[in-house]
Write a protein that binds this ligand. Structure first.
Ligand SMILES: Cc1ncc(COP(=O)(O)O)c(C=O)c1O
Length: 387
């Protein structure tokens, strides 16, 4: 099977894990702050808080933004369900914004229109979770300007976009947002097996994130509510309800090695992306990802998604490629049409661009270890399937 995504692990990662296993620390040791420091340095943010996975990162990001019952959170319906579920974990309502059919990211014009209507109806979102789909950065300037006009906070879900750049800044620099979340799931640009992080430039938010990721516990004696414990080394205070969403030293050690290799991983993804575009550009019935490269922008392509003419053709091509042991996939079935969200009142027709895209989308394999021979095989099977 040629999967659609796969991790790249070598002896260096195995050695790093083995070193941790032989050390005194398996969980909260020195590798975590080292990884956090490296991540913040790479992305250009002041703080990085490592956590158990990208879903946990989104959950604590929403909590730190103050999302709770009675609030509304908006996101793109073309994403993994975690981008919306994070708000539901906090007891908030979720609504979606349609996508731009060229970028497959949140449509700025749809967002603008929806915000205008929501402000008239008194139901503006507290937070907008923007998703840099497949690694392609959203139009952050336009979204930030809307956030100022309508008073909502931005959380960037950059699970797909570690290494991408927007206007000469890395995604994760949080220049337009309050926080950016990452996932290090094995198909992502780097992996820690399970793992995630939240980036921010706001000290108070960073403090809240650490607290939510570790049971709501605060160990800083300056913050203790009871002065009699100020000089007690053994004391800690649980000041809010948090979770055990911590990353371990083993995962962080893996992440440190992977982060050093990120640039080479991205470069290989870029080469494979260009090869797909070049070899598939003659098939007029295929819609390829956007290839425009603006100055100062970079896409660390996480997924290579083509669109077929219609759903029937997509299903046929999907099955033919699967039968040939090519692990094509669909990213994503619209979140609002998942049974859980349908039960909350969403229905077919609510977000037509997203539904149209999702009916035709097919993800082809893209990962650093994919060989040109394997990629050519995938392309030849695709040509065959298209007759
Ligand atoms: C856009 C997006 N957000 C969030 C997540 C959640 O990340 P994790 O699987 O690490 O919990 C994913 C993972 O697939 C994702 O693709």
């Amino acid at each position: 099977m040629i999967p659609y995504g796969h991790q790249s692990i070598s002896q260096e990662e195995i050695d790093a894990l083995s070193d941790v296993l032989k050390s005194d620390w398996l969980t909260q040791g020195p590798k975590i702050p080292e990884f956090e420091h490296a991540l913040a340095g790479y992305c250009g943010s002041q703080y990085a808080i490592a956590c158990a996975n990208g879903t946990a990162a989104l959950h604590i990001a929403c909590l730190a933004a103050g999302v709770g019952a009675g609030d509304i959170v908006w996101t793109s319906t073309i994403s993994f369900v975690a981008s919306a579920n994070c708000a539901r974990y906090c007891g908030a309502e979720v609504d979606f914004v349609d996508i731009d059919s060229t970028t497959r990211n949140i449509s700025v014009s749809a967002l603008k229109a929806k915000l205008f209507a929501a402000s008239n109806n008194n139901c503006l979102p507290k937070v907008l979770v923007v998703v840099h789909f497949a690694g392609l950065p959203c139009d952050l300037d336009a979204i930030e300007s809307l956030s100022r006009e309508y008073g909502f906070q931005i959380i960037e879900d950059a699970a797909h976009a570690l290494g991408s750049e927007y206007k000469y800044k890395k995604i994760g620099a949080c220049t337009s947002s309050l926080m950016t979340t990452l996932s290090f799931h094995p198909v992502k640009t780097i992996t820690t097996a399970e793992g995630g992080a939240v980036l921010t430039n706001n000290e108070e938010i960073a403090h809240k994130l650490r607290c939510f990721a570790s049971h709501g516990i605060n160990r800083d004696s300056r913050d203790f509510s009871d002065p009699q414990f100020k000089d007690k080394m053994w004391y800690y205070e649980q000041q809010t309800l948090g979770f055990n969403y911590r990353l371990s030293d083993l995962h962080a050690a893996l992440g440190l090695v992977q982060l050093r290799k990120l640039e080479s991983f991205i470069q290989k993804r870029e080469i494979l992306f260009d090869r797909y575009c070049e070899k598939l550009s003659d098939i007029s019935i295929l819609k390829l990802p956007i290839t425009t490269r603006l100055n100062g922008h970079r896409t660390a392509w996480h997924l290579f998604v083509i669109e077929l003419e219609n759903q029937e053709l997509r299903e046929r091509v999907y099955q033919i490629l699967r039968d040939k042991e090519v692990g094509v996939n669909v990213h994503y079935f619209p979140i609002h049409l998942q049974p859980y969200y349908r039960a909350l009142g969403f229905k077919k027709g609510d977000f037509p661009e997203a539904e149209d895209y999702a009916a035709k989308a097919l993800t082809l394999p893209l990962y650093p270890a994919l060989t040109y021979e394997q990629q050519d095989l995938v392309i030849s099977y695709l040509f065959e399937a298209l007759g």
